[in-house]
Design a protein around this ligand. Structure first.
Ligand code: CAA
Length: 383
């Protein structure tokens, strides 16, 4: 049964992540946001704490924990800094998960161990200039040349794009077969012909590292195919189901952070002779915000729990992402309103929650795509 009580282990993970976020992440958050600076030291420390390969078995360098542990840690870290949250989410859900699930023992030894233990980080390369929501329309091509495959094309919006060492790259290997002709390659940084563009200057999650990638006759050995020729789209979709739970937890963290900031401010700020939290206009907002945060947490935890139970969690993951991302935007907006003019300036932090929140409605499947995923799943269930 889905249990609403956190176990002692889950409480311990929450407390560890909370302490790490407060002590190690928080002090540099504002400066990194302003400068768009990647949190290298923080990511290294996350690796040491086991936050980068949370669901990977210990034999492959991971923490051997469940998806519920992962979302609990993601919420705490994203509550303080969603840029750090997305580095963690992509490494865990979109890179480690696929290699752990589909990799050969040799691939796990060579790539998963360093990724899961945080010695290096990874990137997941599906989106292209003309293939975002329509992910089956891959233009990046890989053609076979003896024991090697030669990749040509461009990838866009790649999280950890310049900082990663290991890249999972989706490419079309048989155009006739549409999505069944897409293959996933493990590509190492530094491979000849593999280049990255400049970091994007983004509205939010500014200290995460997003860029385009170029592939010009990049030669990759056939041993670096993940899962098998033609299995790439399946791996990508399955990875994204878990990734959507991670982003939902990131959005939940943003919403929870904005909500807490609003409550604290409303207790300190006085107007009309009393703290504004005693004014009904503010109380209505705080009550709505708290309800949405709680509901988002329930959906996120339920999706993680279903994943842990090996149930079909496609719809639950989409529910969680759709609702938590909408909640993050709405709660961040209200937190600004509660702060009044102070909410509109950088010093008070809440404007960053709004800027960070917006991306959760876009990446790893837009809200529009989540609606489609939910509708398709429920039609299947009710057929
Ligand atoms: N889980 C498992 N399989 C899935 C799936 C899911 N959620 N969604 C689709 N599939 C499977 C289908 O079952 C089908 O497989 P079969 O042919 O074997 O039955 C196959 O994928 C193709 O599906 P459709 O025929 O339905 O294809 P479509 O083109 O009509 O729709 C889509 C596919 C659902 C819209 C898909 O393209 C999609 O999810 N798009 C969004 C892409 C996305 O999320 N991009 C995020 C980029 S990564 C990112 O943001 C990372 C980052 O750095 C932060």
């Amino acid at each position: 049964m889905f249990n609403l009580e956190l176990s002692e282990t889950h409480q311990m993970i929450r407390d560890t992540a909370r302490q790490f976020a407060q002590e190690e992440v928080s002090p540099s958050t504002i400066q990194r946001d302003i400068k768009g600076e990647f949190p290298t030291d923080i990511v290294n420390k996350m690796g040491e704490l086991g936050f980068l390969g949370m669901m990977v078995p210990s034999e492959w360098g991971g923490s051997d924990l469940d998806a519920l542990s992962y979302v609990i840690a993601m919420e705490e870290i994203s509550k303080v800094d969603a840029s750090v949250g997305v580095v963690m989410s992509v490494n865990n859900s979109l890179v480690c998960w696929g290699i752990n699930e589909y990799g050969t023992p040799e691939q796990k030894e060579k790539y998963l161990k360093p990724l899961a233990s945080g010695q290096v980080i990874g990137a997941f390369c599906l989106s292209e200039p003309e293939a975002g929501s329509d992910a089956t329309s891959q233009h990046t091509m890989a053609t076979q040349d003896g024991d090697y495959w030669v990749i040509n094309g461009t990838k866009n919006w790649i999280t950890n794009g310049t900082s990663a060492s290991t890249y999972l790259v989706l490419a079309q290997t048989d155009r006739e077969k549409r999505h069944k002709g897409i293959t996933c390659f493990i590509v190492e940084k530094g491979t000849e012909g593999f280049t990255h563009g400049v970091k994007e200057d983004k509205l939010g999650i500014r200290s995460s590292d997003t860029c385009s990638l170029g592939f010009t006759n990049v030669r990759v050995h056939k041993d670096n195919i993940l899962g098998g020729v033609g299995l790439g789209f399946k791996i990508a979709m399955e990875s994204l189901n878990g990734g959507r739970i991670g982003i939902a937890a990131q959005a939940l963290g943003i919403a929870a952070g904005a909500f807490e900031a609003a409550v604290k401010y409303s207790q300190q700020r006085t107007a009309f002779g009393k703290p504004i939290c005693e004014l009904q206009a503010i109380q209505l907002k705080l009550a709505e915000m708290s309800m949405k945060v709680e509901a988002a947490r329930l959906l996120v935890h339920k999706a993680a729990w279903m994943k842990d139970q090996h149930m079909n969690y496609i719809k639950a993951a989409a529910h969680a992402k759709l609702f938590a991302s909408k909640t993050a935007v709405e709660v961040a907006l209200e937190a600004i309103q509660v702060h009044g003019g102070y909410g509109y300036v950088r010093e008070y932090l809440v404007e960053r929650y709004l800027r960070d929140a917006k991306i959760t409605e876009i990446y790893e499947g837009t809200s529009e795509i989540q609606h489609i995923v939910i509708a398709r799943e429920l039609i299947k269930e009710m057929a």
